[in-house]
Design a protein around this ligand. Sequence first.
Ligand code: E4P
Length: 226
Amino acid sequence: MSIFLDSSKIDDIKKYKAMGIIRGVTTNPTILLKEGVVGGMKGVKARIIEIAKLVDPLPVSCEVTTNDKQGMLDQALDIASWAKNINVKITIHGPQGELDNLSVVHELETKHNIRVNVTAMMSAQQCYLAALAGATYVSILSGRVNNMGYDSVEEIRTLRKLLDDNHLKSQIIAASTREVLNILQWLKAGAHIVTVMPQFIDGMIVHPYTKETVQMFLNDAAKAST
Ligand code: E4P
């Protein structure tokens, strides 16, 4: 069970890597844009290579930016060549439900030996099919699942059982963290990995009663040194 950082911000990645608590990094086009990465694929390449070097040998996910079948294949081959610890993110289907994506995933995993993180999934059944297609990682956007009124914990529990019972190698990444509570809840439900936004890692660490206790220690240490 491990925690990935869901960010492309270099300072954040350095900070949590130095703490020794993250085991990988995930990004997507929205995260990259929010964190100031512009300049198309050139900009994305520069940032992802920087991250990959920084966390090597930990894995880094980088998403394709097209839903055209050949375009996804070409971009995936390119992205995977940037560094050995980069895996390629591909959505389960296109914006209109186009169905080319799983064949791209299957081809990348079986013919090109490229690790794929299948993303934008909202249910155990989608993740199960991505696992059958050979995906290394299956990302269930669990916070979005909850937002729609479905129970992400049940989906993760069902999915983990399906993967284990069928001896499928895919690792479940629970993503779209919305609350500090999500992290242990999703790991406990069976996710192999939860990818966490930086603010929620801080929320896991800092506790008001710990603050008070530490202050007490410091005050008493000061008194004792007079
Ligand atoms: C990570 O792999 C996902 O892309 C990310 O967690 C999605 O987060 P969001 O649902 O907040 O956009």
